[in-house]
Design a protein around this ligand. Structure first.
Ligand code: NI
Length: 197
């Protein structure tokens, strides 16, 4: 009885998030060669997952898929919402000038730290319709692009902080992983400020 009408698109799905110290976060992702409806649906699910987790960016290996795909929306669900579908993104130019942002990550929940990165950069990518695009970014968008492209290269934001702090964070996450055995530590996350992704 009932059910979705055959012409309505399939409901978007919330995908399970991968958290540190899962080895998939340390693996480089493979370039995408086919941009089709299946990839678009996967990226829509990534956007839904990012929104649900209150992030502003998400890379495919954070949901366990080792492909060079990421999504960004600096105002998910808000009036300035503008989802960006990034396929095979790459940084082609970055400023020498740095800027610092207090970053967080959906795969390293409840940890924030200052990371300095180039303040301005140019990123080339293919969008969900297979079109070549170029973004010139500053501010939070520049930070977020670098954070997500790092993910696709197997790099976490905690790789940019001091070894001492990083070791403390990883020790904590190894303990949590052992205790919860796969349960999502985000379930207890009621922190109002956002993770970058
Ligand atoms: Ni992240």
């Amino acid at each position: 009885v009932g059910g979705a009408s055959p012409i309505s698109p399939p409901a978007m799905a919330i995908l399970p998030l991968v958290t540190a110290p899962d080895p998939r976060l340390k693996r480089g992702c493979e370039p995408v060669t086919d941009i089709d409806g299946k990839l678009k649906r996967f990226m829509d699910d990534m956007i839904e997952t990012m929104k649900d987790a209150k992030g502003i960016g998400l890379a495919a290996n954070q949901v366990g898929v080792l492909k060079r795909v990421a999504v960004i929306d600096l105002d998910p669900g808000g009036p300035k919402s503008k989802p960006i579908y990034l396929v095979n993104p790459r940084i082609v130019e970055a400023s020498g000038e740095q800027s610092t942002y207090n970053e967080g990550c959906l795969s390293v929940p409840d940890i924030w730290d200052d990371v300095s990165r180039p303040a301005r950069l140019t990123v080339e990518y293919t969008d969900e319709k297979g079109r070549q695009q170029t973004i010139e970014a500053t501010g939070l968008l520049a930070t977020c692009l670098q954070h997500e492209i790092d993910h696709l290269n197997g790099v976490l934001f905690i790789d940019h902080i001091s070894k001492l702090k990083r070791d403390m964070v990883l020790k904590k996450f190894k303990k949590v992983a052992k205790k919860t055995e796969g349960a999502n530590p985000l379930a207890q996350d009621d922190e109002p400020s956002h993770h970058i992704g």
